[in-house]
Ligand binder design. Structure first.
Ligand code: JFZ
Length: 431
C-alpha cells in the first residue's frame, strides 16, 4: 500500500513538473508562427495618457511625478481625433501586416475597458471609449493582425509595490498573489473579449528578474484560452518554455548595440526586432531625429535577411493623430514594399549568412540578394547556393545578369550596373 502511494506521488509529481517546464505548441499555433514570419513588417504603437505630456512613455518615472498626481492625466484624456480606421490604413499604406499596441504600459493605466481595475480608459477618462476594441474590430475587418503589448511592471499598484525588496520571489511590501491574479484577469479579458487578437508582447520582466512571475501559469492560461495566440517576452534572456517568438529590442538578432540583448541566444523560434521611427516610443514633442526612408527600408531588409520580422514604432499624439512626418516617410516605404515586397513577404533569411554587401532572403527555388552596400569587387559572391542557378535578373526591371556558379557558391557580376542606393535586388532562380 505504502509503496503504491509513493509510486503514485512520484508519478503525479513527474507529470506536474513536466506540464510546467515543457510546452508542445498545437498545430494551429505552429501555423500561426509560420504566418507571423510571412508578414515580416508590423506597426508598433505606444499610446497612453503619458502621450499628453509629449515626453515619452517613461515621463512619470523620469520626471518623478507622484502616482496620485500623474493619475490626473486620465481626467484630461480626450483624443478627439482618434480614428481606428485611420491607424489601420496608415499601417496598410506602409505595407505593414500587423499592429502591436500598448494595452497597458508601466504607468499601469489600462488603455482598454477592464473590470479588473477602474484605472482604465473607459471608466477613468471623459472620453469613455475603448480604443483597443475599436482597433481590434477595424483590424479584423481589414485583415490586419493585432497583438497587445502588456507590461508586467507597474509603477503604481500597491500589490506590485514598485521598489520593494524581493524575498523568496515576491515583493515584501506588496501582495504578489493579488498582482498575479490581476494580470491573469486582464489577460483573460484581452484574449477573450477582443476579436482576432493574435499575440501578446510582454515587457517589464527585467525590472525584477528575481521575482517568481508565474510565467508558466500565465502562458498556460493564454494558450488554454486560445492556443494560436503567440507569446513573446522582452525579458532579454534566453527564450522560456511557453514562448512562441523571440524579440530583440533595437537590435538585429545576434547584435547587441544597446547592451539589452547580451543574454539572449538566438533561438529556433520566429524572430522579431523592434525599432522606433525617431528616438522615442511614446509621443515626444521635442524629438525630431526622424529616421529616413533609406534607414527604415534597410533595417527591414536586414531584419528579413536575418530571418526576423521588423516591428516599427510610432507614438501617436494625445489627440489620436499620428504626426504627418511619420505618415510621409511610411508612405514612401509603402511604395517601395509595393514594388519589392515579393523579396520580403513570405521569405525566410539566415540560411546564408549576411555578407559585406548585404543580405539574402529566399523562397523555394528563389533567392533574393539584397545589395545594400557597394560590393568591394565588381561582383557579389553568394556562398553555398543549393541547386543550379538557371536565371539571374534585376528585380527592378527584369534585366539579365552575368553569373558564374561554382561548387562553393555563385558569382553575380555587378560591373556596369547602376546600383540603387537603398537596395539593389537580384533575383536568382534555382532548380
Ligand atoms: C521597454 C519599455 O520600457 C519601453 O518603454 C518601451 O515600451 C520598449 C519597447 O520596451 O524598453 C526597455 C526594456 C528594457 C530595458 C530598457 C528599455 N533594459 O533592459 O534596460
Amino acid at each position: 500500500m505504502m509503496k503504491k502511494l509513493a509510486l503514485l506521488t512520484l508519478l503525479l509529481y513527474c507529470c506536474s513538473a513536466k506540464a510546467q517546464s515543457s510546452y508542445t505548441p498545437t498545430p494551429d499555433n505552429l501555423a500561426a508562427r509560420e504566418h507571423f514570419q510571412d508578414m515580416k513588417f508590423g506597426l508598433f504603437i505606444h499610446w497612453g495618457i503619458y502621450s499628453e505630456l509629449g515626453a515619452g512613455e517613461w515621463v512619470m518615472h523620469d520626471k518623478q511625478i507622484p502616482y496620485n498626481n500623474y493619475k490626473r492625466l486620465a481626467d484630461f484624456f480626450y483624443p478627439q481625433a482618434f480614428d481606428a480606421k485611420a491607424w489601420v490604413q496608415f499601417a496598410k499604406r506602409a505595407g505593414m501586416k500587423y499592429i502591436t499596441i500598448t494595452s497597458r504600459h508601466h504607468d499601469g493605466f489600462s488603455m482598454f475597458g477592464t473590470k479588473a481595475s477602474p484605472y482604465n480608459v473607459v471608466d477613468a477618462t471623459p472620453w469613455h471609449r475603448d480604443p483597443m476594441m475599436e482597433l481590434a474590430q477595424e483590424c479584423q475587418k481589414e485583415g490586419i493582425e493585432l497583438h497587445f503589448y502588456y507590461s508586467l511592471l507597474d509603477w503604481g499598484r500597491p500589490d506590485y509595490a514598485f521598489g520593494s525588496p524581493i524575498v523568496n520571489g515576491e515583493p515584501v511590501n506588496g501582495n504578489w498573489p493579488s498582482y498575479i491574479n490581476f494580470m491573469k484577469s486582464q489577460l483573460t479579458e484581452l484574449i477573450s473579449n477582443y476579436p482576432g487578437v493574435k499575440g501578446i508582447w510582454f515587457d517589464g520582466y527585467w525590472e525584477r528578474t528575481n521575482a517568481n512571475w508565474h510565467l508558466d501559469e500565465i502562458y498556460g492560461l493564454i494558450h488554454k484560452l486560445n492556443s494560436s495566440v503567440l507569446i513573446g517576452n522582452n525579458h532579454h534572456e534566453a527564450v522560456k518554455p511557453g514562448e512562441d517568438f523571440q524579440m530583440f529590442e533595437k537590435d538585429l538578432p545576434g547584435g547587441n548595440t544597446t547592451g539589452f540583448s547580451g543574454k539572449s541566444q538566438i533561438s529556433q523560434l520566429p524572430l522579431e526586432t523592434c525599432e522606433t521611427i525617431n528616438n522615442s516610443w511614446g509621443f515626444n514633442i521635442n524629438d525630431r531625429s526622424y529616421k529616413t526612408v533609406k534607414q527604415i527600408i534597410q533595417y527591414l531588409v536586414n531584419a528579413a535577411g536575418n530571418n526576423a520580422n521588423f516591428l516599427l514604432n510610432v507614438g501617436p499624439m494625445p489627440n489620436g493623430k499620428i504626426q504627418p512626418e511619420f505618415a510621409d516617410t511610411l508612405a514612401v516605404v509603402g511604395n517601395w514594399m509595393q514594388k519589392n515586397g515579393e523579396s520580403i513577404y513570405g521569405t525566410r533569411g539566415g540560411l546564408i549568412p549576411p555578407q559585406q554587401w548585404g543580405v539574402i532572403t529566399y523562397k523555394p527555388h528563389v533567392l533574393y540578394a539584397h545589395v545594400l552596400k557597394t560590393p568591394r569587387q565588381p561582383y557579389i559572391f553568394i556562398p553555398s547556393v543549393e541547386g543550379k542557378v538557371s536565371k539571374a535578373v534585376l528585380l527592378a526591371d527584369g534585366s539579365k545578369l552575368k553569373i558564374k556558379q561554382q561548387p562553393e557558391g555563385v558569382f553575380v557580376y555587378t560591373d556596369g550596373l547602376t546600383l540603387d542606393p537603398v537596395d539593389t535586388i537580384i533575383e536568382l532562380t534555382t532548380d
